[in-house]
Design a protein around this ligand. Structure first.
Ligand SMILES: Nc1ncnc2c1ncn2[C@@H]1O[C@H](COP(=O)(O)OP(=O)(O)OP(=O)(O)O)[C@@H](O)[C@H]1O
Length: 608
């Protein structure tokens, strides 16, 4: 039971506890401890993840014999030594075992072969020796097997498992030919060994074993394990210390800059470029429906309002308004500007716009013409040689990303803490954002957003979702680096970030759905035991484990058990389909909207 789990964890801590291994043992349940996850129904520990916690020494017997409901065990990147405890064989539910980056030694323990539910096994970067046993054949569900950077020897037997991932590189005493079932993997999986045959070079004499192991040093880019002299080690240590100090210094300077930028209220006028022409005379403005209104008197460049503008003001008013930096994005910096008590706007100061006046105007008018309740309306723009500003409605509740991931998110009063998001709110946000995107996609088969992510889904006071930043990717130069798109939202087929499509949007939206359901940011590193992003991680978890492994524990704790789980399962299924590797397998946005509506309907029917 849970108390046995707790005492097992405490035994583990006292045996291998490292510096940062801090658990608050006063809490009666271990389920909230760092790295520990429990199943809400069985109330047992199902996951233990302590990557890089400076754990050291041998794991004694008598721990895993109690943690019998464990499904995920990650002790990677520690300094654990010795062999694996035999009672690990009691964890017959174990799916994922991540022990890479330790100093475990001895043969790969046969106890592993009794854990027939294992799907991922990573024993890389240890000191395991001996042969790779045929016992792996028992693990019929195994999809990943990582054994690189060990001291394994002998030949590779034809395990003939349906593996998706496999790596035995840098085991210099592995030899013989690569069996057929493993030939589908890249040569990277076998480098630094004495293996031969596809995908490496053909065996010189099929069936015979090359007499000399290939030196790891001959393989470019591969880690070499070679003895170094004292002088070289001293040089490396001094170099590392100096390098580390330099990095700390640079980070301190950067953080100072960033911190002051974010917290200080800035006078909007401070970013006024020298050459913005502010006209002497203000011109009365009227907003026409469906057409842009040039606020233009004497040919001087002015703020240009769109037909949807509810309130019109001058550039001068904007520049005089008190302003605050909201954040820096891909396309420039966003500011909140307070024109008067009733007029709050978000101003985006674009960088890297290289296109001329006319082209910019044409493209921005398309953005300004978009009109849907789930889009953040663009109200006006300013274009001059050096300055490009976009004026949007200010969204008081900030972004979905902040709401989900910023623990001390402030709503109204500072320090109020983050408001937990229940399923009703999350599902409504999903539907609203999907409708906004569907509207964009319905304009033209080629129209797409290009930068869908949770920081671009903003919220009104009543938690209605509005998609922002649409059409901006087309305004800035393709040379612009788009760091946000490489952090888990980018579809696998996208090699050039400026090439966007509706299917790419669907993928990114799918990641947002997974984010809403898991509460995890796509870049969350704790779950990335294999460097998997959020989408790949969710795809790797079997359906029967969604409840204990995937769904946000905050969500589960807010909802009466079972009441909305059906909806959550359907939504997760949709998120998985949207994030299919192959674009053709993903649904189109109109279908996504329909599916969310349906699952909400089904949910309310069930409750009602
Ligand atoms: N209209 C708005 N109302 C309120 N907050 C906004 C508005 N537009 C942007 N923000 C906030 O300002 C910050 C910066 O936004 P910006 O769109 O410039 O960058 P981003 O969303 O982080 O990245 P990207 O430029 O790739 O979209 C974000 O936290 C965003 O939530």
């Amino acid at each position: 039971d849970l108390s046995a789990d707790k005492s097992a964890l405490l035994t583990l801590r006292s045996a291998v506890g490292g510096r940062t291994f801090l658990w608050n043992t006063e809490q009666t349940t271990p389920c909230n401890w760092t790295g520990v996850a429990c199943d809400a129904t069985t109330n047992r520990v199902t996951a233990l993840r302590l990557p890089g916690f400076a754990l050291s020494g041998n794991i004694p017997e008598g721990i895993f014999g109690n943690l019998t409901n464990l499904r995920t065990l990650s002790l990677r990147l520690n300094s654990l030594t010795g062999t694996l405890p035999l009672d690990l064989s009691s964890c017959s539910d174990l799916r994922r075992l991540y022990l890479q980056g330790n100093r475990f030694s001895g043969e790969i323990p046969p106890l592993l072969f009794s854990l027939t539910n294992l799907v991922r096994v990573d024993l890389g970067e240890n000191e395991f020796s001996g042969e790779i046993s045929l016992g792996f054949k028992n693990l019929t569900r195994l999809k990943s097997l990582y054994l690189e950077n060990n001291k394994l020897s002998g030949s590779l037997l034809d395990l003939d498992l349906g593996l998706d991932q496999f790596n035995v590189s840098n085991n210099s005493f592995l030899n013989g030919s690569i069996p057929k079932s493993l030939q589908k993997f890249d040569s990277d999986s076998f480098l630094g060994t004495s293996l031969c045959g596809k995908p490496l070079d053909v065996c010189s004499d099929e069936g015979t074993v090359p007499s000399q192991p290939i030196s790891v040093g001959n393989i470019p880019g591969k880690r070499e394990k070679k003895k170094l002299s004292g002088g070289v080690i001293a040089g490396i240590v001094i170099g590392c210390v100096v390098g580390f100090l330099l990095i700390v210094l640079v980070l301190m300077v950067l953080f100072r800059k960033k911190g002051s930028e974010r917290t200080r209220d800035v006078d909007f006028a401070t970013f006024k470029p020298r050459d913005i022409e502010v006209p002497e005379e203000k011109t009365a403005v009227e907003a026409n429906e469906h057409s842009t209104v040039e606020v233009n008197s004497s040919g001087t460049k002015r703020l240009v309002f769109f037909g949807n503008a509810t309130k019109v003001f001058e550039l001068e008013d904007l520049l005089r308004a008190s302003a605050e930096v909201l954040g820096k994005g891909t396309f420039g910096t966003a500011y909140k500007a307070v024109l008067d008590a009733a007029t709050l706007v978000a101003v985006k100061r674009l960088k890297d716009v290289t296109m001329g006046d006319r082209e910019f105007k044409e493209k921005i008018e398309v953005v300004g013409a978009m009109d849907h309740e789930n889009l953040v309306p663009l109200r006006a723009y300013y274009y001059s040689g050096d300055e490009k500003l976009l004026v949007f409605d200010f969204m008081p509740m900030g972004s979905l990303s902040a709401l989900l991931h910023e623990r001390c998110y402030v709503i109204g009063n500072k320090g109020a803490g983050r408001t937990p998001l229940n399923w009703e709110v999350r599902a409504r946000i999903a539907l609203g954002a999907a409708r906004g995107l569907d509207y964009l996609h319905s304009q033209d088969p080629l129209s797409s957003h290009g930068n869908v992510k949770s920081s671009n889904i903003l919220l009104t006071n009543s938690h209605d979702a509005r998609v922002s930043d649409f059409g901006l990717a087309q305004l800035v130069g393709s040379s612009t680096t788009t760091p946000n798109r490489v952090t888990g939202y980018r579809a696998p087929e996208v090699t050039d970030p400026s090439r966007v499509s509706q299917k790419v949007d669907v993928y990114s939206f799918g990641v947002v759905l997974l984010e809403l359901l898991t509460g995890k940011a796509p870049t969350n590193s704790v779950m990335n035991e294999e460097g998997m992003d959020l989408a790949r991680w969710v795809h790797s978890v079997e359906r029967e484990e969604w409840r204990s492994e995937v769904f946000d524990s905050e969500l589960m704790s807010l909802e009466p058990v079972g009441s909305v789980e059906g909806e959550m399962v359907e939504m997760l299924q949709l998120g998985i389909e949207c994030t299919e590797q192959h674009p053709d397998k993903r649904p189109v946005m109109v279908e996504v909207v329909r599916r969310i509506q349906e699952l909400r309907q089904l949910g309310s029917d069930r409750v009602g």
